[in-house]
Design a protein around this ligand. Structure first.
Ligand SMILES: Cc1cc2nc3c(=O)[nH]c(=O)nc-3n(C[C@H](O)[C@H](O)[C@H](O)COP(=O)(O)O)c2cc1C
Length: 364
């Protein structure tokens, strides 16, 4: 009988280093012990302004856990995932600073039953976000591995999605703290000291070299940075006012084929998953452990897209902006008990997709 060794756990953690996270913050701090992996949250890597409900943090942790499970499966193992009480108290995290190893939010323990997954560590390594133009592709949901029964992937039509993305982008630009936080995670020139470590590079964002050269100083020189945020704020508010005064484009008729790339919304249903008090306390209306579970399902969906030769482009701005999410809820006919957790587009890449940096890449 084979057993799990310390070096296996280290290898699983290395694989999971390629997990996606909002703004590529990689908010996890991992400790490998003899019989378990402990995961704590790094306060400096939490998007305090842009993610006040911790939705993206929890989804990112879930994606990370799924990647560990895929790596364990390749070694014929599984992992049990135990949320700790710290997961329910994320608002007690300090605003800045390193992770507290004494306050892990998740504990993963290996066991001998292989995790059943169609995916491999190679799929984890090759998955990428593509922010370029996506060509239409068949419905991703056709042969998707089953989601937990309280999660559903709904489709939104392309004209509505375009409107909602513009509304969400205008919201991001016009909220100074949110925009400043985004700028803090931009790495627009290879001379940026963290270019190869985290955040979003000019290449990942597919910025033309001229635009990246002009914009890079805006992210690093305080005077320019402040002026750029002020201008973005004015523009964002103006665009938001115009878009809010316009209705969503007419919905396609029943049976009418949807045009463009596919746009999917991961929606959680609250009844049945609510453990009464935690859910009421949680800002999202869902227990944090369930949002981690949803992050695992989201990562499986994205890995499935990768396997099918398709690329994914998340659009969190659509669920961040109260105006955009209200429009989305109306378009999808969501009930009060349903929470839209993630929005992303899926399609065929039209150009090679650059690889994003990771903290783990430096240490090999
Ligand atoms: C929960 C979550 C939300 C995300 N939201 C966005 C988004 O709104 N816009 C975007 O361009 N990318 C978004 N991303 C993608 C990340 O920026 C991306 O995963 C990260 O930069 C690493 O790049 P990679 O996916 O190519 O490895 C999101 C990822 C996660 C896990």
């Amino acid at each position: 009988m084979s057993s799990t060794h310390d070096h296996d756990l280290h290898a699983w953690v290395r694989t999971a280093g390629r997990a996606p996270s909002a703004h590529n913050t990689q908010p996890w701090s991992v400790r490998v012990l003899d019989d378990r992996i402990e995961v704590a949250v790094v306060p400096d890597r939490v998007l305090a302004a842009g993610d006040p409900s911790f939705r993206d943090l929890l989804l990112s942790l879930g994606a990370w856990v799924e990647c560990v499970a895929v790596a364990a499966a390749a070694d014929g193992r599984g992992v049990t995932v135990e949320p700790t009480p710290h997961l329910d108290r994320l608002e007690d995290l300090p605003v800045r600073g390193p992770a507290d190893p004494a306050a892990p939010v998740l504990v993963l323990r290996p066991h001998a039953t292989a995790y059943a997954t169609p995916f491999s560590p190679r799929d984890v390594d090759e998955r990428r976000t593509d922010r370029g133009r996506l060509d239409p592709a068949p419905d991703l949901r056709a042969d998707l591995p089953a989601l937990p029964p309280w999660l559903v992937l709904l489709q939104v039509d392309d004209p509505a999605m375009r409107h909602l993305v513009r509304l969400g982008t205008a919201w991001t630009a016009s909220r100074r703290a949110v925009a400043a936080e985004l700028v803090r995670w931009l790495r627009l020139s290879p001379t940026h000291p963290r270019y190869a470590r985290d955040g979003m590079t000019d290449r990942m964002l597919r910025l033309p070299p001229v635009v990246a050269r002009v914009a890079a100083p805006l992210t690093r020189r305080p005077a320019l940075h402040d002026a750029a945020l002020t201008v973005a704020g004015w523009a964002g508010r103006a665009v938001e006012a115009v878009l809010r005064s316009r209705p969503l484009p007419p919905a396609p008729g029943p049976g009418e084929p949807l045009e463009g790339p596919q746009h999917l919304v991961l929606v959680a249903r609250t009844p049945g998953v609510l453990g009464a008090t935690e859910a009421l306390d949680a800002r999202l209306g869902l227990p944090p452990a369930d949002v981690v579970e949803a992050g695992r399902a989201l990562q499986r969906t994205w890995l499935h897209a990768g396997r099918a030769g398709l690329a994914v482009a998340p659009h969190s701005e659509v669920v961040d902006s109260p105006h955009a999410v209200a429009g989305l809820r109306r378009r999808l006919g969501l009930r009060r008990s349903q929470v839209a957790l993630a929005v992303f587009s899926v399609g065929r890449s039209t150009a090679p997709v650059p690889r994003s940096p990771r903290l783990a890449d430096r240490t090999g």
